[in-house]
Write a protein that binds this ligand. Sequence first.
Ligand SMILES: C[S@@+](CC[C@H](N)C(=O)[O-])C[C@H]1O[C@@H](n2cnc3c(N)ncnc32)[C@H](O)[C@@H]1O
Length: 246
Amino acid sequence: MDDEVNFGSIKVPKNSKTKLVSDVFSSVAGKYDIMNDLMSFGAHRLWKKRMCQISRLTANDVVLDIACGTGDIAISLLREMKSIKLTCLDENSKMIALCKERLINQGFISGISYVTNPMEKASFQENSFSLATLSFGFRNFTDHNKALENIYKLLSPGGRLVIMEFTTPQNSISKKIFESYTHKIIPRLGKIIAKDDQSYTYLAESISSYYSPEEVSELFYDNKFSNVRHEVLPGDIVTIHIGFKS
Ligand SMILES: C[S@@+](CC[C@H](N)C(=O)[O-])C[C@H]1O[C@@H](n2cnc3c(N)ncnc32)[C@H](O)[C@@H]1O
């Protein structure tokens, strides 16, 4: 049915997904950072570094960090170029509050604003950002096309969108190892550390039901982006996509 969307391994009515995803992130917010380090053995820091390199930040960039979470990408970008103007957007008020607190604690105060809204509903002035970044958030979205349409509008001509997401490995042995790690070990870690195995079961299932890198490229093209390309990072479990507004 058209009005049903994936929520992990199950289908749910489209109008209920954003709230269900929000409940997941409200539940894990306080343990989000430590879980990222544990689940990825710290590798998420290297992936995020690579994403920032691919973003090719310049001093005058006006950046929207979408699904900013607790602010990892925002902090990396600001450390690289303090002069940028940055808007952090997230659908979840707990995550964005943690992001704001972290940025302020690290002395990043001026030129930064915060928006609590799903990307599908967010409306910004057209052509007002030169870069949009979106790390590990896209697979949780309810309406990927609507979000991309909104992002395209807010980018200025020549502006770029960089999305990083998990990928299920192509190789059958790697796929088996990855799936048993994400479906069995991660929920157990979630139970011990965050006292919540269900949210981490959702996170694992949301990777399995997510698009392939080629399908994401198609979505970029369908939403008018040009010069679309992607890089699968070593390990075959993370892909970074980039596309430009003509
Ligand atoms: C896995 S976290 C990623 C956080 C951060 N970007 C990172 O890489 O660590 C996903 C984030 O996406 C946010 N999110 C989920 N659906 C969203 C939507 N439709 N619009 C904006 N943010 C959303 C969640 O609230 C959560 O903070």
